[in-house]
Ligand binder design. Structure first.
Ligand code: ATP
Ligand code: MG
Length: 158
């Protein structure tokens, strides 16, 4: 597990970019954090790394959105599981066929989306207890061989 303190939205995007630069087709990233924690902000940076040019927003009502990326990069599948009650409901979306050719990022994915891939990167974002403090603490945890071979300390940054 690696930890980093993120002071601004721009730094959260930069963290997302570092994660994106380390992603390849078939990768799964699960994002944990309260409303407004910065999950979508991180996905915006991850999209930049893959060459997404359109605006990335939470797919709360459509649940899943696929973004085209630059030539040679896997597509970005951005999922928001907030409105889904369970892993079974998640499975009904039938996203599995797309996963192998995508980088799949799931907001509110913990406990619902792990079955999409054998290995995944868990990103846990925690807000400061103080209302005026916009600092976030981010923990990166690799599950499975795919992410234990990556240097999460380097991705997390200083
Ligand atoms: N240190 C920070 N890290 C991330 N975002 C920050 C930070 N400081 C301020 N912000 C702001 O907090 C908001 C985070 O919103 P964002 O949509 O990324 O959250 P979210 O976790 O996706 O929420 P939701 O669960 O509603 O989808 C943005 O407006 C962003 O600019
Ligand atoms: Mg969001």
């Amino acid at each position: 597990m690696s930890q980093v303190v993120i002071d601004t939205a721009a730094s959260m995007q930069a963290l997302g970019e570092r994660i994106g630069h380390n992603c390849r087709p078939g990768d799964l990233v699960l994002l944990v954090g309260d409303l407004g924690a910065g999950k979508t902000t991180l996905v915006q940076g991850l999209g930049l790394a893959l060459g997404v040019t359109e605006r990335v927003t939470s797919p709360t009502f459509v649940i899943a959105r696929v973004h085209a990326t630059a030539a040679g990069f896997p597509q970005l599948m951005h999922v928001d599981a907030y409105r889904l009650g369970s892993a079974l409901e998640f499975d009904d979306l039938d996203l599995a066929a797309e996963v192998d050719e995508s980088v799949t990022v799931v907001e509110w994915g913990e406990g619902k989306a792990e079955q999409l891939a054998g290995d995944y990167l868990l990103v846990q974002i925690t807000r400061s207890d103080y209302d005026v403090d916009e600092t976030r603490r981010v923990e990166l945890t690799g599950r499975g061989e795919r992410w234990t071979t990556n240097d999460l300390d380097v991705i997390a940054g200083p």
